[in-house]
Design a protein around this ligand. Structure first.
Ligand code: PRX
Length: 663
């Protein structure tokens, strides 16, 4: 691949690349290219070097104990995550801003490290009073407000595991996740602002809790106030602001073993049921801390904004733990990118906030970048974005067009871009550029982070030469790797370690080019990446067949201009419910009902873009649905090989129906 170090965004051609701007390289946290070689020589020593910059209550006696596929890092060491994110900064940086927050209506709050620490300690005392202690589980179902981070940090202070559930998830998803981890307490808010409306949260909790017998208390933050009246169940529901009154700002931090569980975070599994990914204390914090420092080049003068919701791993590692462990100033925003402080639709809220707050680092998702591209260049153009010095992307492959738009219209051709590949399971960034060192290629996440070993292999697990498409694997353990699936170690071994024994299988396709850059090619399993959210086709299918009208369902991810992929469902309807094929209106009504059904059961992010009512589904002779063909149909491609189908006529039938649901 040729390199043209000085290509400006406007005359970019495939194959051209971008070297880090000199001024950036001169001040970067990672400025020595030797870092890669040193880390590769002895990854354990590399990681231990960064881990030792954290505060440990007791030192470890062994860096790594590896009994594949189970790893223990920093064995015997003791530490507490909240003291590393708060207490250790207080003596010298207590007055530094920890969180700068803006609500959708434009209300603002700033918390210094000292203030944040006091609130976390007080809330930890609240939780303690409610019987929460080391090893207990706490569900967090919160909007993007500082109290979400406070709740997470308070759990870690006591050694309780949090399970944060994304506020956009439904009653059933919340109940399923809460029951799976057996949470004792749930922390929520009355509601929050989004697109000028109040999204209720407490009422979702009210519906979920009757089926969550382990939950004894619901602690409710008042965010929406009068706009969102809530019913408080006596004996179960308590207001955050009542409980916090008079609490001491001192709460002893629990000394945690490096391998003590830190949190559970659920992610979609290709067999339907979400997987409770378990992260532990010392290794996770080391991964989040090190990557934040080197990838985001965090400095005391930065105002760093990761736009992810705390309900996702990106919010855990790069809104809360990584930045706070680095004593960074984090920007947090509650609402939607297309809503103004005046309560009206707009297309420039992000750019407006970057200008007003002088945000210096922006980390967001390709789906947001593509939406902004579609809205038009004039919206960022209205704003002074000169405070920005670094841009990041995460969640799905970023197409070169979106990368270049981001580079030109947001980075104004000055800011390096870090395209970061990683997963809930990996805990921290695995493949990325280092902004002061790496030459970037639009669409490539570039190189494994120092200390991380990856490879591209064929179906048999054999390493492939450069420029061959294959399957990505991680070949050595790393500190922030998941330790297991909560309550199901067998599944952990099956999902991640059985495909290629001894190699971690993330489920992504990849290609390594001649220069050693990695190009991520999307999922190789039944997971869709919808607006950066990881959704399981199987989970949607299981819900669809619960609808009385549906006999069978197949869901695929269709390419989508903005969201990357969008779910499309093909359903076979039971005879007694089947609208006659001549009754277009009835078919549309049923399709709309099924979309709403999925949305209600799993949350709006899971709503299918299209539901196609079909007489049959294309299956192999052994009865396996050929999703590849459904994808071809949905994306309007010439159909691939149909020779293994039991009945090749079926695809013609579906093709003729495709497009009939245009509501
Ligand atoms: O397919 C990859 C995609 O997102 C998956 C992980 O999703 P999740 O666990 O929800 O975590 C998302 C945030 C880390 C991966 O298996 N993915 C994530 N980042 C990238 C990506 N694909 C390509 N390029 C990326 N930068």
């Amino acid at each position: 691949m040729s390199t043209d170090a000085n290509t400006s965004g406007s005359d970019w051609q495939p194959g051209h690349s971008f070297t880090p701007p000199k001024e950036f390289a001169a001040q970067a946290n990672a400025s020595d290219p030797e870092i890669y070689g040193r880390a590769a020589e002895d990854p354990e020593v590399f990681w231990a070097g960064y881990a030792s910059r954290l505060d440990w209550m007791e030192p470890w006696n062994q860096i790594l104990e590896w009994n594949p596929p189970h790893a223990k890092w920093f064995v015997g060491g003791k530490l507490n995550v909240s003291t590393n994110c708060l207490d250790r900064h207080l003596a010298t940086n207590g007055d530094r801003r920890a969180i700068v927050w803006e609500g959708e209506p434009g209300d603002q709050r700033t918390l210094t490290y000292r203030e944040l620490s006091a609130l976390v300690n007080q809330f930890a005392n609240v939780l303690k009073q409610q019987g929460v202690g080391k090893g207990d589980r706490v569900s967090i179902y919160m909007p993007m407000v500082p109290e979400a981070a406070i709740a997470m940090l308070a759990c870690t202070r006591l050694g309780a595991l949090h399970s944060v559930v994304f506020g956009g998830f439904s009653v059933e998803s919340l109940a399923e996740r809460t029951n799976d981890c057996g949470a004792k307490v749930i922390i929520t808010a009355d509601g929050y602002w989004r697109r000028g409306n109040i999204v209720p949260l407490k009422s979702v909790v009210d519906e979920a809790l009757p089926s969550c017998p382990s939950v004894k208390r619901a602690i409710v933050l008042r965010r929406a106030g009068d706009k969102c009246p809530v019913k408080m169940e006596p004996g179960r529901d308590l207001w955050w602001h009542d409980l916090i009154v008079g609490q001491s700002t001192d709460c002893a931090a629990e000394p945690m073993d490096a391998e003590d569980p830190l949190f559970i975070l659920y992610t979609s599994g290709s067999t339907g049921k979400p997987k409770g990914i378990l992260h532990t204390t010392g290794g996770y914090l080391t991964g989040a801390y090190t990557t934040t420092q080197l990838v985001f080049d965090i400095k005391p003068t930065d105002l760093y904004w990761c736009t992810a919701d705390i309900g996702w791993i990106t919010g855990h590692s790069y809104v809360v733990y990584g930045p706070l462990a680095n004593c960074a100033t984090v920007f947090m925003y509650e609402g939607s990118p297309d809503w103004s402080t005046q309560g009206e639709p707009c297309r420039d809220r992000f750019w407006d906030m970057i200008e007003r707050h002088k945000i210096t680092i922006l980390y967001t998702a390709p789906t947001l970048i593509r939406a902004c591209m579609k809205w038009g260049d004039e919206h960022p153009a209205k704003h002074d974005l000169s405070s920005l010095r670094l841009l990041g992307s995460v969640g799905e492959p970023i197409n070169p067009e979106a990368w270049l738009w981001y580079h030109r219209h947001i980075g104004r051709e000055r800011c390096p871009i870090v395209d970061t590949w990683w997963q809930t399971e990996t805990g921290s960034i695995m493949i990325t550029s280092l902004p002061g060192l790496t030459t970037t290629h639009p669409g490539s996440a570039t190189r494994p982070f120092p200390g991380i070993s990856v490879d591209v292999v064929d179906d048999m697990g054999r390493s492939l030469p450069p420029d061959h498409k294959g399957i990505l694997v991680i070949t050595k353990p790393w500190p922030s790797m998941l330790r297991t699936i909560w309550g199901d170690d067998h599944r952990y071994q099956q999902v991640y370690w059985s495909r290629f024994p001894g190699l971690y299988f993330p489920g992504d396709g990849a290609l390594r080019d001649m220069e050693g850059n990695y190009w991520l090619l999307g999922r190789v399993d039944d997971i869709m990446l919808v607006a950066g959210h990881n959704l399981s086709t199987m989970e949607l299918e299981s819900v669809l067949v619960e609808h009385p009208a549906v006999a069978e369902a197949a869901v695929i991810g269709r390419s989508h201009e903005v969201k990357g992929q969008a779910p499309v469902a093909f359903v076979i309807v039971r005879e007694e419910y089947a609208p006659p094929s001549s009754d277009g209106e009835a078919r549309k009504r049923l399709a709309a009902e099924l979309k709403e059904f999925v949305s209600q059961r799993l949350g709006a992010v899971c709503r299918p873009d299209e539901v196609i009512i079909s007489g049959d589904l294309p299956k192999t002779r052994s009865g396996k649905i050929m999703r590849r063909l459904l994808r071809d149909i949905a994306e309007g491609r010439v159909l691939g090989d149909t020779s293994t189908l039991a009945d090749p006529n079926i695809v013609a039938g579906i093709k003729s129906k495709y497009g009939s649901d245009d509501d």
